[in-house]
Design a binder for this molecule. Sequence first.
Ligand code: ZN
Length: 70
Amino acid sequence: MTKIKKKNDPYWIHHTHSPKKGEYECSVCCRRYSESAPSCPGCGSVMTGVKERSEWVDEAEKWDMYLENF
Ligand SMILES: [Zn+2]
């Protein structure tokens, strides 16, 4: 009997830092789309939700601090 690990539930990674309006990246196959969908058109994974990629914002703030020191 094969037990499927639910460790990594598929979800969209919302890239708000993108110069475009917004991009959704599949957490499974890393393909990007302009809109989120119930399932990934690329790999067929059924999505459990959307996660904002807030770490990118924090990273950008750090870089602003570094740049101010120059
Ligand atoms: Zn996918």
